[in-house]
Design a binder for this molecule. Structure first.
Ligand code: FMN
Length: 209
């Protein structure tokens, strides 16, 4: 099949778009508001974009309940900091709790029964139960185009520089991060997810090793 993405005339019962950009890593974003209240929420429009310095982004789609945009964006912009925590198979249920739309100022980390651990270089706490956390300094926000007639689907991309990295020593084996040991969870379309279980290696054809 082919369909015009601008018309969204796919004829399917549900929009397939998010099933076609998969698997998406989940940035589990912890922030604090100007009063110091903790916020935690998952974002699968999340990725790394460069290495020197390491930069990441997470993207907001859609309007929100009690605030002009989602709390993670508001806090990152207001305080200049955020932390990206890794969602693992063990933490998937807790992650799902933290997507709940709650009033501004409600601490989803506590709501999900998770433990805040102090960060080193930024103020928002990281999730202690998560084996990987990236401490980030907010860089800038890009406002994305919005379909005419869909002002409810405002979209922003929030970029940050990774300044501090936590790795649980238990997932480092022979000097390498053993991804299969912590089983990252990724988002698919609809309400579907996947877990990284199988890892294999493939070198570039011009790799001299
Ligand atoms: C796995 C998962 C991935 C999500 N990814 C996004 C995303 O990329 N962008 C977005 O705007 N909302 C996303 N959401 C929804 C937000 O988590 C939800 O709107 C949340 O309440 C936002 O919280 P905040 O206002 O505290 O930032 C996702 C939800 C789940 C469960």
């Amino acid at each position: 099949m082919f369909y015009d993405a601008r018309e969204r005339n796919h004829g399917l019962p549900a929009d397939p778009l998010k099933s076609l950009i998969v698997p998406r890593p989940i940035g589990w974003i912890s922030t604090i508001d100007p009063q110091g209240r903790v916020n935690l929420a998952p974002y699968s429009f999340y990725n790394g974009v460069s290495e020197f310095p390491p930069m990441v982004y997470f993207a907001i789609t859609g309007k929100y309940g009690d605030t002009p945009t989602k709390h993670s964006q508001m806090n990152a912009e207001a305080t200049g900091e955020f932390v990206v925590n890794m969602v693992t198979d063990e933490l998937k249920e807790a992650m799902n709790v933290t997507t709940t739309m709650v009033p501004y100022g409600v601490d989803e980390m506590r709501l999900a029964g998770l433990t805040p651990a102090p960060s080193r270089l930024v103020k928002p706490p990281r999730v202690a139960e998560s084996p990987v956390a990236l401490e980030c300094k907010y860089w800038r926000t890009l406002e994305m185009p919005v379909d005419p007639g869909r002002p409810d689907m405002q979209a922003y991309v929030v970029f940050g520089q990774v300044v501090g990295i936590h790795i649980d020593d238990r997932v480092i084996k022979d000097g390498r991060v053993d991804v299969a040991a912590f089983k990252p969870v990724a988002r698919l379309g609809y309400s579907e997810y996947t877990t990284v279980n199988a890892v294999w290696r493939m070198r570039r054809p011009d790799d001299p090793r």
